[in-house]
Design a protein around this ligand. Structure first.
Ligand code: FAD
Length: 394
């Protein structure tokens, strides 16, 4: 029987980056991915590195903003982590930190930016407020309707198609074993650890593996995998839309977000403009049951709404949309990350939720510390699965 110190379930960015940190600290690590590495949210996302509070984190007012601001120490750490990531992994991952602007077009949005910036600087994230005049110089491509913006110089983008694989290569260099086509179908406690069942693709008996610790990093499936160990975690699937335009001359030099509507926009090195920011698509259901593995169906109202939001940069207007795609990400009901050991299941850890592309390297580093029994160097109490302990009866 295969035995490992740690089994990681899930080969998205979170799983492979945790495998990297654990293996580089000397643990024997086996990562099991049902499909291919980075095939799901980690390969479908917008690649935005947004360290400012996102619109979804403050759109419901000050109390919500203050609540979500409690996770800002993770954002500050992630800004540092992305700055050194390519050196650490020894390869390019398309990281470009050209600064991020969050735009305001009304007085109310300016006020929201001011409150947001106050929270962010209070937690140590450098954010500057630019008035209209400063903005014309910093971002002449923006419409004159934009009257102010918050600038975070550490923000930017990375290439989702490269980051997960870069981490996987680095994890392998440290001895981690990464298996694809390996679907975890059973998780049972045994003395001193866990017994993990992996489906036989030929339909035979599952393969049995033992490990001292298990990390469930299964994205939107984290709740389903936790159920294999009789644990309830309220992981909410959120289906999203992305659009990409044809190539254009360099127009947009920042990551662009908006303080009053859903928008994330950036231009790739090749000239395509990527437009997203949280517009919904529709989850697919078969026989009345949602199928999280199926690509969500695009919604025309989302594509239109997202394209209209992008007109804050008027030169985007004549560009043709080349492609629209969808993907599903996970949120927890309180919009906080899920990170840590599951109560009454010693050695079983879970991690998902929120902007786990931007925050993935930080989640992974913290998880590795927790799993090695070290004190995390950032506060993590707000993110623990214990806050949902009341949903699991035994
Ligand atoms: C359209 C879109 C745009 C986004 N844009 C951004 C952005 O710009 N910035 C940002 O920070 N975040 C963004 N996100 C969110 C971000 O992509 C996710 O938070 C992040 O990629 C999650 O990574 P993950 O490793 O947790 O999950 P995933 O990448 O989904 O990986 C989980 C893996 O677990 C595997 N798995 C599931 N069940 C099993 C099982 N039983 N056995 C074995 N393996 C299993 C799956 O096959 C999957 O590969 C976006 C998400 C979407 C969908």
């Amino acid at each position: 029987m295969v035995t490992s110190d740690v089994v990681v379930v899930g080969g998205g960015l979170l799983g492979v980056s945790a495998a990297y940190h654990l293996a580089s600290a000397g643990a024997s690590v086996l990562l099991l991915e049902r499909d291919q590495l980075g095939l799901h949210a980690s390969g479908q996302n917008a690649g935005s590195l947004h360290f400012q509070l996102e619109y979804r984190m403050f759109e419901h007012g000050t109390a919500q903003a203050e609540h979500n601001a409690r996770a800002l120490p993770l954002h500050v750490d992630a800004a540092r982590a992305w700055g050194e990531l390519e050196d650490r992994l020894g390869t390019s991952a398309g990281v470009a930190r050209t600064g991020g602007l969050m735009l305001a077009e009304t007085r109310e949005q300016v006020r929201a930016l001011e409150l947001k910036a106050e929270l962010e600087t209070g937690y140590g994230l450098p954010v500057e407020l630019l008035d209209g005049e400063a903005l014309r110089t910093a971002a002449p491509y923006l419409s004159r309707r934009v009257i102010a913006a918050a600038l975070c110089r550490a923000e930017g983008k990375a290439d989702p198609r490269r980051v997960t694989h870069a981490y996987a290569l680095a994890a392998r260099r440290h001895g981690a074993v990464v298996r694809t086509g390996a679907s975890v179908v059973g998780l049972r406690r045994r003395s001193g650890g866990w017994r993990i069942s992996v489906a036989d693709p030929a339909g035979g008996r599952p393969e049995e593996i033992t490990a001292g610790q298990v990390l469930i990093a299964a994205g939107v499936w984290t709740g389903e995998v936790a159920q294999l160990a009789d644990v309830r975690l309220p992981v909410v699937p959120v289906a999203l839309t992305m659009s990409v335009t044809e190539r254009a001359r360099p127009i947009i030099s920042h990551l662009v977000q908006h303080a009053g509507r859903r928008l994330s926009m950036k231009q790739t090195a090749e000239g395509n403009v990527l437009i997203g920011g949280g517009w919904p698509s529709r989850l697919i259901a078969h026989d009345g049951r949602v199928d999280l593995s199926a690509s969500p169906r695009p919604r025309l109202d989302s594509i239109r709404g997202n394209a209209a939001a992008a007109l804050v940069a008027p030169e985007v207007a004549p560009l043709r949309l080349l492609r629209v795609w969808t993907g599903t990400t996970s949120l927890l009901p309180d919009q906080m990350p899920l990170l840590g050991e599951i109560p009454r299941r010693p050695g079983l850890y879970a991690a998902t939720g929120g902007s786990a592309f931007t925050l993935g390297p930080t989640y992974a580093r913290l998880l590795a510390r927790l799993m090695k029994g070290e004190r995390p160097d950032l506060p993590v109490a707000d993110y623990g699965p214990a806050r949902f302990g009341h949903l699991t009866f035994a």
